[in-house]
Structures are given as C-alpha cells and as structure tokens.
Ligand binder design. Sequence first.
Ligand code: AHR
Length: 495
Amino acid sequence: MKNHVVINADIEKAKINKNIYGHFAEHLGRGIYEGIWVGEDSSIPNTNGIRNDVLAALKNLNIPVLRWPGGCFADEYHWKDGIGPRENRKRMINTHWGGVVENNHFGTHEFMMLCEMLETEPYICGNVGSGTVQEMSEWVEYMTFDGESPMANLRKENGREEPWKLTYFGVGNENWGCGGNMRPEYYADLYRRYQTYVRNYGDNRIYKIAGGANVDDYNWTEVLMKNAARMMDGLSLHYYTIPGEFWTGKGSATDFPESEWFITLKKALHMDTLITKHSTIMDKYDPEKRIGMIIDEWGTWFDPEPGTNPGFLYQQNTIRDALVAGLHFNVFHEHADRVQMANIAQTINVLQAMILTEGEKMILTPTYHVFDMFKVHHDATLLAVDGQFGQYELDGESLPQTSVSASKDANGNIHISLCNLDHQNAAEIEVHLRGINVEAASISGTILTAGEMNAHNTFEQPENVKPAEFTEVKADGQSLSVTLPPMSVVVLAVK
Ligand code: AHR
C-alpha cells in the first residue's frame, strides 16, 4: 500500500524543544577519558585537555544540553574529589563500570569548560544514593553562588572567579536501581528533602529534575507525581532499545538477522506507548503540563564489541541505529507538549554513540548524521500530520512502514523528516502539503541510507554511511511524490 501523508502547514502545535536533541556523557569506559578528555600533555591535539577533533564534531551538532557525570556513576560521585590541582585529586575505583581507576581529572571545572566551549547548557546529576544533602547543596553553591561564601571562595581559590550559569539539575539517577534501590514512596520523600537545598542563588534559576521511572513502571510515576509534583520542574524516564534480553543477551550491534532488525525498530517504537502512558499519569496531577518529561537516557543497547571490556559498553553503530534515532525524534516531536528534553546515551564510545575513537583516530557514526540532519527541527513549531501508512511485515508481525514528522522554523521554512523502516522495500509516499503552494516552493533533501542492514563506519572506511543529496522527490500539484529507499532517513526542506 502506498503511504499517504497530509501535512497541515496551517495547524501549528507545540514548540519542539531543542533540548530533545540533548546528550549524555558519563564516566564510563572511554566516554569521558580518551573520548573527550585527553589532558593537556597528550599528543592528541587538544584545547585545555579536550581533544580538538571531537570538539569540532560536537560543535557542529549544536548540542543544546549535556548531562553529566552519570548515570549510575552519579550516585557514587563525590564532587569534591574532582576539584583543585589535578595531581592531588583522589584516585578511586569506578565500581559500576569496569572496576577501573578514576583519577578525577575531569571534574566540575573541566565539565563546565567543555559546556562553554560547546555553547551547551550543563545538566548536572547530583548524588542521592550515597551522598548527603549537604554535599548536594554545597555543589550548587560552589557552581552558582556569586559573592562571599565558603563554597564560592573555594571555587575562586580553584581559579574560577565568576559563578557558572546552571539551569538543569537532577536529584539522583535511577533511584529504583543503581541509585539506591529505593521504593518510590521513599525516593519521593528523599526528593522533597534534597531538592529543598538545591537553591537559586542570585539570578540563577534551577530547573529541578526528579528521578523517574524505568520503562513501564507506571506506579513510580504515579507516586512521584502524587507526592512531589509541586516541587519538581521535570520528571525523568529511561528506556533503552534492546533487541534481545538485558541479562541473557542483548544482540550484536553489527551481526544480526533481519528478524533482529525488525524487533529493534518495533522496540524503538515502544517509546511512543511509554510516553503516552506516563504522560496520562502526569496529566492527572499536572493538566497544564508545567512539568516536563525528561527522557534523559535513551538509545540502543547491544552486547559489547567482542574483545572489549564488557563494563565499557562499547558498541558499533549501523544504519539500524540511524533508523532508531530518526524514529525516536519523530516520536518525541509528536509529544512536544510534554517531552521537554531527551539525552541520548551516550555521546562518545559508549552505547549509541555519535563518535567512536581509537587513540588519535575518530569516526562519525550513522547516529551522528541523523542528529546533524535533524538540527533543522531545533525549537521549530510542530505541524499537524495525518497519515495512512503501509505496513512493514515480517514473520506475521507488522509495523507502520514509515514515520513522518514536520515542523516550521522561525523563517517559515518547513522541514519534513521521514524514515522508511523496511529493510527490503522502498516506500512510496504522497505528501500533501495543505496550505502551501508546492509548485512555487523550492524543495531540497538529504538522505542517509545503506545497502546492507549492518552498514557502518570503521576507522579504515569512515565514510561508508554518510548523508547525500536526496533527489527522489517531485512536486505534483499540491503534493510531493517521494520514494524512500529501504532503510533510509530523509529530511526535506520546503522553502
Ligand atoms: O547509560 C548506561 C547506564 O544505564 C547508566 O549509567 C544508568 O543510568 C542506566 O542504567
């Protein structure tokens, strides 16, 4: 069946918060150390210890917000270990991730410097699981207090006179699991207590994010909303796309049959159901949608690459990951009235990464290219889309073959993102643009696709999968006739 889509250019919905294109970088494996931080004395070209190639690649993505230092690491992180002269900083064991030595060389000052270099908003996750209220409160004072105070003075002694601007602060991470194995009732009370001392100093205004549910733990959302809604600005949600089972075998990142291609995309689409159901609970307590849903961990999670430290969560990234990313963004757009931020796990060398490094070498992944192509949706206005979609079927199961989203930017230009999930068949789509004179418009497009389900970039062949100009689009009256090849992500611009 042909896919028919109507884009209502005159029906504007919510603004797509650019923060849904946010990132997450944890002290895990080679994510921070080697991936971002190489130190000032490294032979890898760097600026104040941050590698230049990665910096340039990330700058190009206009990353709006960056979450740090974890993840599970956050609830074992004691921020005072990561300040002062680096040679004096405590060496500790990263118990969660590979049992390796963490030398604390990348701490608060280095992270804030990175954010300034990237012109991105910092999102800091505090320690509830093994930290004290005082420790959390003093961290906020250290970063944001302007004037005479013990923590502001300490910051100045460490070389930073001005406070930093800090908007996003998470009160713990996965407190149902690695962040303390708590019951929601207990965490709700702790949240209320800890957040009391996360203060707004001077003009700095903190957007407080409560630790939210794991996947479909709707009771967690219910209890948190019931007991702490008025003290939070955001509530998080974590969901990873895992084709297999978490404990018994997640599936390979590159060596998989078509059934795993299909199940991966089906599971990615489950994000839509999760957002809808958690939102319904949030609506009960917050009908005005003041509280943002913050999906601060999402992405594919496969078995680690053979031969690598399993605790480092290093995985390759194929055109399948690109489809997962495109699909997620289209879903996030659809829920733009509630989803205010999302942070892919994780930026470099960990899980669904944008960038992979090997010593001084660096490659961009297919996921990187999707983030790049979708930049046009940052802070744009979501347009209403109606559609009849053909089905993508495999072994008696089915999925919509395509996913479509459209937005209008500040200049009135329309951008349409389309994914063909089907690994075998092209998708013919008739896109009717209601309210636009298509024949007078200029249409251009970019495509990311590949001939093989597991196509990916390597250090030897870094450009196997890269964006190209898309030409399979024709204006036909008020409609566009589009042919998406199998396994493709396309972004069209209508100006
Ligand atoms: O992203 C890897 C880990 O997944 C994070 O540390 C944790 O929050 C989640 O379980």
